[in-house]
Design a protein around this ligand. Structure first.
Ligand code: ATP
Ligand code: MG
Length: 240
């Protein structure tokens, strides 16, 4: 199945395009090579990022489904394309943290690298215009962004996904520092949507602390394309 024609484009984000699929309740998510940071201020094209992220996300979504967690993902249909259920995205992003880094370190004036005694779940209101501000669950409910029961499911699913990802990356000699998830509404249920990729995760090589994620691009630490190729080799045991 090839990428749908331009007239089917519903939405173009920073890293992906969303197309109407043949079935009205489905979409094709097309992964681009574009990388952005600081809410789109810094931009570049990273060779093969779309192919790498598409396959990694598909791989993890299958693992999530195997845990019994519903997802929007149906199947990968091309190197950069996934067929997914069309969902109503809940405008609350969930971040799970195992180690202090990124905006948490900045906000609290703490050094990066401190391991947390248990995973910390944070919420952010999904708004490019506002730069995705942090919000708590009470605020998300009172502002009408999500129902209480949805947030309960999102927290439980996110912690289960964290357990799975921690173990998976750990076996590959990689520490999962943190990651972001998006959820959607589908048939009265909450499902995991969007992506699980190194764009939305922090991955540090065990022992050396070398960064194997989009921080390489954000912080000018090296060649992100080469970093993602290395991750791909670790995950799939073959080169791209
Ligand atoms: N199954 C789905 N059904 C409907 N929308 C989806 C689905 N999966 C992902 N999306 C949405 O498609 C868009 C993907 O594009 P991309 O990740 O490039 O966006 P972005 O630039 O990160 O911006 P933003 O997420 O803030 O809209 C996101 O808005 C995401 O919430
Ligand atoms: Mg996105």
């Amino acid at each position: 199945m090839s990428t749908p024609p331009a007239e089917r484009l519903l939405y173009e984000g920073k890293a992906k395009q969303v197309y109407a699929a043949d079935a009205p309740d489905q979409v094709v998510i097309h992964y681009k090579d574009d990388a952005t940071a600081f809410n789109g201020v810094k931009k570049a094209s990273i060779a093969d990022k779309g192919v790498i992220n598409c396959r990694i996300s598909a791989f993890f979504m299958d693992k999530v489904a195997a845990l019994g967690i519903p997802t929007a993902f149906i199947r990968q249909t091309a190197p950069r394309d996934q067929l997914c259920h069309r969902v109503e995205i809940i405008p609350v992003e969930v971040v799970v943290r195992n180690v202090v880094a990124g905006s948490l370190a900045k906000r609290l004036g703490q050094p990066e690298g401190q391991r947390l005694a248990r995973p910390l779940v944070e919420h952010f209101y999904k708004s490019d215009a506002l730069n995705d501000p942090q919000i708590n669950e009470e605020g998300a409910v009172l502002m009408g962004y999500a129902h209480g029961w949805e947030l309960v499911a999102m927290r439980e699913y996110s912690l289960s996904v964290n357990d799975m990802l921690l173990a998976f990356w750990g076996d590959l000699g990689v520490d999962l520092v943190d990651f972001k998830l998006e959820f959607g509404r589908l048939g009265g249920r909450v499902v995991l949507a969007d992506e699980i990729t190194p764009d939305g995760s922090r991955l540090w090589e065990r022992g050396t602390g070398r960064k194997l994620d989009k921080d390489v691009f954000r912080r000018d630490l090296g060649d992100l394309s080469e970093t993602y190729r290395e991750l791909y080799r670790r995950v799939f045991g073959e080169s791209i």
